[in-house]
Write a protein that binds this ligand. Sequence first.
Ligand code: ATP
Length: 150
Amino acid sequence: MSLSQESTKSVAISPEEMPGNQRPLAWRVANNLFISFSYAWQGVSYAFRSQRNFRIHVVIGTVALGLGIWLHLSAVELSIISLTCGAVLAIELINTALESVVDLTVQQTYHELAKIAKDCAAAAVLISAMVSVLVAACLIVPPLWATLST
Ligand SMILES: Nc1ncnc2c1ncn2[C@@H]1O[C@H](COP(=O)(O)OP(=O)(O)OP(=O)(O)O)[C@@H](O)[C@H]1O
């Protein structure tokens, strides 16, 4: 589901209409930190609304962190779990961005390079998810098992 269900129209704007723009090819450049954060949040929000896998990863990551806190894992263990969850979400966002760029480029035509790009991006998500399962198996499952069996 990489094609946006929302508006996909493009808007042309001339460089003269963009005062202080350091990147002439950019449609718009965020010129303060708050606006940058706002665009980044729009990206998170879009991925959450449109990507089922992103929503699943958010839920699993929240459960994993919650379990880590509940099980009184060490600061280092909690940091490893946080880094792993963050990496999975970040790679899922990059996958979503790449799918959009590929769709923008080839539109609804089949292209072998588009397939390679999308398959490799999906593989990156898969590998990060598999590593996160390994991390959970090492850091969460043993103390959880011990707690539940006492
Ligand atoms: N334009 C294209 N040309 C060739 N193959 C394509 C093209 N678009 C999609 N594919 C193939 O279809 C698969 C699914 O593409 P799609 O854009 O639907 O991703 P997706 O299923 O939404 O992925 P994800 O679940 O990671 O969001 C790709 O991995 C790729 O193999």
